[in-house]
Design a protein around this ligand. Structure first.
Ligand code: GCU
Length: 612
């Protein structure tokens, strides 16, 4: 049964993440926002770029509380009054959207940007109103009508605040300071191989709800079952004890449950369902209703388990034909966020012959998960515990735990989502092992119906001219599925070295080769020895795939990477120019030669086990 965070836990985390700050209405996450009565605040927002945070601190670095604070949106009351900011004269940026690709001057910008959005809003007295953010990278400080309503840390998960008592009929001004400054104690830490896109990167929505509403629900198959539906409904408000109905008419399900004094109803019952799979991504219309509220969703039912070294989808062994990606828009610079972006990126994965994607290295938009449900693509989702996190830092751990829980809270009803990954390429140490084990336990207890993994790194030994790569990372003990990244042929040796490389594992668990690959500049040609050429990348893939076929416990792969993506670590002129070029598709959508090597391999594999 998927567990839900208590309000107390939310407040606890908020106080740990923003010590000394009394947040406004920190609201438990409202599920399935797009199915509610909503008002979009997307569009052009007025912005002030504030590299020295003069909008929030004075020259003594003390917090500003007077009208000089930008969230006051204050205007001079007389020609002689000194006011040194003005949203109305300060330019605009699109929301949702990163700021880096909207203005040349902001491409490398890291720091604070203030956003302001004015709006009128008609609300009936009994209604409650929440403001919901799909995501804002990295820290968001949110103010309404000159008052602080809350803060959020973490650039890739949603958050909402209740504004029922603050919202006015006329002249509301919502101000958000977004700060994407990198710090070593954050998650991710200050060193990543992706662009630190800043801003309000996903939709902003006002949600109007009845006083007592359906805040969240979980409806999935019980672990290991293909008939037993199990789940819960959680109400929020004063009328917590109510009848709630659950209807899946197409499956002949029409049930009523009673919520308890905490507003919670738990249920479990048998059902005769057509199961969701990549071949048949069946989604059912699910209606949940209480006396005062109703929400409708599209939910698929499938079981996912591990049996020895097999991954079983609906009880049958499955091979995950995957690709890794970054959440960058397919045909324009910058962050992806929309349904169209998701449809195009997953469409490219399907064109490759994929039934699986690794959404690296952070939670993507809800639109991406819902599109995977629709298109029948299995998903690996990950929190940005990436490379060298501050393992001993308890606040960093709380931060990582919160991002993991927010990700699970948002996506726990998505059939496509099968694997939670708690980390990528993290150096083995006792502190790191403890940190990751805590996250693995958190994921298992929050959602026992899904698998947990991490992208680990192998150790290698050479003997008699053959290399044995061994998977023996101690965290391998705690995960359900092993993920491993290797770069034989790019960072390590030559592509043909794979021919004399064997793989062993300390754990009898399924392996997903979560990364392998090499860079190529689209259109640059040479022989297979010439780095950066399409021929080198093509040959690397041919050698890699031949090696992977020989790994008896391999049950999936997600080569690095679908599309060339921006990275501040990639400075080589002509070949990189701040792009990681390991994509099989260029940043303009052009397919490289290796794209077709993998496509041919997956098409041959489709429906057949990985033959030795
Ligand atoms: C790493 C890492 C990726 C990175 C890739 C690369 O494995 O996980 O984030 O982009 O290697 O070096 O290209």
């Amino acid at each position: 049964m998927i567990r839900q965070l208590s309000l107390l836990h939310h407040l606890l985390v908020a106080s740990l993440l923003f010590p000394g700050v009394v947040c406004g209405q920190v609201a438990p996450l409202i599920a399935n926002v797009s199915a509610r009565q909503i008002t979009s605040l997307d569009g052009q927002w007025q912005v002030i770029v504030d590299p020295y945070n003069v909008g929030s601190i004075d020259y003594r670095a003390q917090p500003l509380k007077n009208n000089g604070a930008f969230y006051k949106n204050y205007k001079p009351q007389s020609p002689s009054e000194l006011v040194e900011y003005d949203f109305d004269a300060s330019g605009r940026l699109d929301v949702p959207g990163d700021w880096n690709t909207q203005r040349g001057s902001l491409l490398f910008y890291e720091g604070s940007v203030w956003y302001k959005r004015s709006f009128d809003f008609a609300k009936s007295p009994k209604e409650r109103v929440f403001v919901h953010f799909g995501a804002a990278n990295y820290k968001a400080y949110v103010y309404l009508n000159g008052e602080e309503i809350g803060r959020h840390e973490g650039g890739f998960t949603p958050f909402d605040f209740e504004i029922t008592n603050q919202i006015q009929t006329k002249g509301n001004f919502l101000v958000v300071r977004v700060d994407n400054a990198r710090k070593s104690d954050q998650v991710p830490t200050s060193n990543t191989d992706w662009w630190n896109y800043g801003g309000i990167t996903r939709p902003v929505t006002l949600i109007t709800l009845p006083e007592s509403f359906i805040q969240d629900y979980s409806i999935q198959l019980q672990k290991g079952s293909r008939q037993q539906i199990t789940g819960w409904v959680q109400l929020n408000g004063s009328q917590l004890q109510q009848n709630v109905s659950l209807r899946i008419l197409e499956a002949g399900i029409d049930k009523t449950f009673q919520t308890d004094s905490r507003g919670r109803a738990e249920f479990s019952f048998n059902a005769d369902l057509q199961l969701w799979s990549p071949e048949t991504p069946k989604l059912y219309k699910v209606e949940i209703a209480s006396l005062t509220d109703k929400v409708t969703d599209r939910v698929g039912f499938r079981s996912i388990e591990v049996h020895g070294t097999d991954i079983l989808l609906n009880g049958k062994p499955v091979f995950l034909r995957g690709i890794s990606m970054h959440e960058e828009a397919p045909t324009r610079p910058g962050r992806a966020w929309s349904e169209d972006d998701a449809r195009t990126l997953l469409g490219w994965a399907k064109e490759l012959g994929c039934n699986f994607v690794r959404l690296a290295h952070y939670p993507y938009s809800e639109a991406m998960l819902r599109m995977a449900d629709e298109m029948g693509i299995l998903v690996w989702e990950e929190v940005p515990v990436y490379w060298t996190i501050e393992w001993e830092n308890q606040q960093t751990l709380r931060n990582a735990e919160t991002q993991l829980k927010e990700m699970i809270e948002r996506d726990h009803n998505r059939a496509a989502l099968i694997i939670y990954s708690v980390a990528n390429e993290t150096p083995i140490s006792d502190a790191r092992n403890r940190f990751l084990r805590q996250l693995i336990d958190d994921a298992h207890s929050a959602d026992p119906t899904r698998l947990v993994s991490a992208a680990l790194q192998p150790s290698g030994a050479t003997q008699a001219g053959r290399v044995t790569m061994q998977i023996n990372d101690p965290v391998g003990e705690a995960v359900d599925v092993l993920g491993t990244n290797e770069y034989i042929g790019w960072y390590n040796g030559r592509p043909e070295d794979t021919d004399k490389t064997d793989w062993t594992s300390k754990f009898s668990k399924p392996l997903i080769m979560s990364e392998f690959g090499g860079d190529a500049l689209f259109g640059y040609h040479g022989d297979v020895q010439t780095r950066w050429s399409e021929e080198y990348q093509e040959s690397l893939y041919e050698h890699q795939l031949a090696m992977l076929k020989r790994i008896s416990f391999l049950r999936g792969m997600s080569p690095w990477v679908l599309k060339d993506f921006r990275s501040p670590r990639r400075t080589l002129p002509r070949f990189e120019d701040f792009f990681n070029r390991k994509g099989l598709v260029s940043e303009r959508g052009e397919r490289k030669k290796a794209f077709f090597v993998l496509q041919t391999f997956y098409q041959a594999l489709h429906g057949a086990p990985l033959s030795q």
